[in-house]
Design a protein around this ligand. Structure first.
Ligand SMILES: *Cc1c(COP(=O)(O)O)cnc(C)c1O
Length: 391
């Protein structure tokens, strides 16, 4: 750690970003996709054979390759990460009126998916080193507000059942998964990982997504790899894997011509043409990850010399995919955040702040939460900086 700085030089910070990224472009996006492999060939094959839609070999292949890469038993490809989260919540039995614990600091999709189930998001603070849910603080909090009965965990204040925890691996940095698994056991909660940002991130040598009963991935255009739009559900429980496929394909029973459905299902499957893109992207993922680590190391070295800011690096026992690189302004300089963003944009650097905390948004402001001083500090002082693979 550097000593506390007395001043901060915004110009120096922007120049440091510029000095690290190797690009001639005047405008540097935050995260651009890169198509450098078999994308054209696989997509063209879909068009030539007319297998562009809901079935085709690339869907199965993409699911197989994803399961292999992440080390889970089953992957089910879906239309986007938000749909993946929605089905994950259904799979572990989240019902209308349940509460679901989740970070205050996350992308809106996590809270929206909980709302689609008619459930209530319940917001939790983060820890500084992982930027994700603070398991120790969550345990202390639940000891005060929750009661475990035969039918599950209940919030003593609201009377509602607390069914699950959905931690999120922020910008690719894995959360304290062992701590969370222990909390879930103690309080009889289901663990769902929102791994939308953490494809290629490992906790204690194992890919993220192996601790929750189910996990959601996203392949949106700005993620580590993209299928245009897309997502996946991961699980090590073969029965839940089968149910995930069934629920995301209109719950249709296999038959050559009959339309028989046995549940209310969803049309959430990933089209073959998107899966084709995904297969090609997965082939280049190891190179992408190596390049992202290299960029992060260069940022880290450069920012070590700059006062008033810290580069966010991976925590102990964790390997981050460094999906989005981030710097944190020292707390006393957080009032300069917007001036820094303005200056960066003037110089063509599309830096971004973290998301607004979920409980500051009108539709979630009345929902239960703990005090979140750390998440507030992160939200006020963090800036994401350009992180594309080609930098
Ligand atoms: C990207 C993302 C999602 C899913 O987004 P989609 O755009 O629906 O694929 C979910 N949670 C987090 C934290 C994300 O960053």
């Amino acid at each position: 750690m550097k000593n506390a700085a007395e001043s901060i030089n915004l110009n120096e910070i922007v120049e440091t970003i510029r000095s690290v990224i190797e690009t001639d472009s005047a405008i540097v996006p935050l995260h651009e996709p890169l198509f450098a492999g078999n994308e054209w060939q696989y997509v063209k094959e879909c068009i030539d054979t007319r297998w562009v839609s809901s079935v085709g070999k690339y869907v199965d292949l993409f699911e197989e390759k994803l399961a292999e890469f992440t080390g889970v038993k089953r992957a089910v490809a879906v239309v986007n990460g938000t749909a993946a989260l929605h089905i994950c919540l259904k799979l572990v039995g989240v019902e209308q009126g349940d509460e679901v614990l989740m970070p205050a600091l996350t992308f809106i999709a996590t809270a929206n998916a909980v709302s689609y189930c008619g459930a209530v998001p319940h917001f939790i603070d983060s820890e500084m080193n992982t930027l994700g849910v603070d398991a120790k603080k969550l345990r202390r909090y639940l000891s005060e507000i929750a009661e475990v009965k035969a039918e599950g965990c209940f919030n003593k204040k609201t009377g509602r059942r607390i069914k699950a925890v959905v931690p999120m691996h922020t910008f690719g940095h894995p959360v304290d998964l062992e701590g969370l698994v222990a909390v879930c056991e103690e309080f009889s909660l289901e663990l769902i990982e929102d791994a939308a940002e953490s494809l290629g991130s490992y906790y204690k040598g194992k890919h993220t997504g192996n601790w929750g009963r189910v996990t959601a991935l996203s392949f949106n255009g700005n993620k580590v790899i993209t299928t245009g739009g897309g997502g996946a559900i991961l699980t090590n429980d073969p029965e839940l894997g089968r149910l995930a496929k069934h629920l995301t394909t209109q719950a249709k029973l296999p038959h050559q011509w009959e339309f028989r459905h046995d549940m209310v299902g969803y049309n959430y499957r990933l089209p073959n043409i998107n899966a084709a893109l995904g297969c090609a992207q997965l082939e280049t993922l190891p190179q992408f990850l190596a390049k992202k680590r290299n960029l992060a190391a260069r940022y880290q070295a450069a920012f070590a010399k700059i006062s008033g800011v810290t580069f966010v690096s991976e925590s102990e026992h964790c390997t981050s995919n460094y999906w989005l690189n981030a710097i944190l302004l020292q707390t006393e300089f957080s009032a300069k955040r917007d001036a820094l963003l303005t200056l960066a944009h003037e110089r063509g650097i599309m830096a971004r702040p973290a998301w607004d905390l979920m409980y500051t948004l009108p539709m979630f402001s009345s929902f239960p939460r703990m005090d979140c001083p750390v998440a507030e500090r992160i939200a006020a002082s963090l800036i994401n900086i350009p992180s594309s693979v080609n930098l």
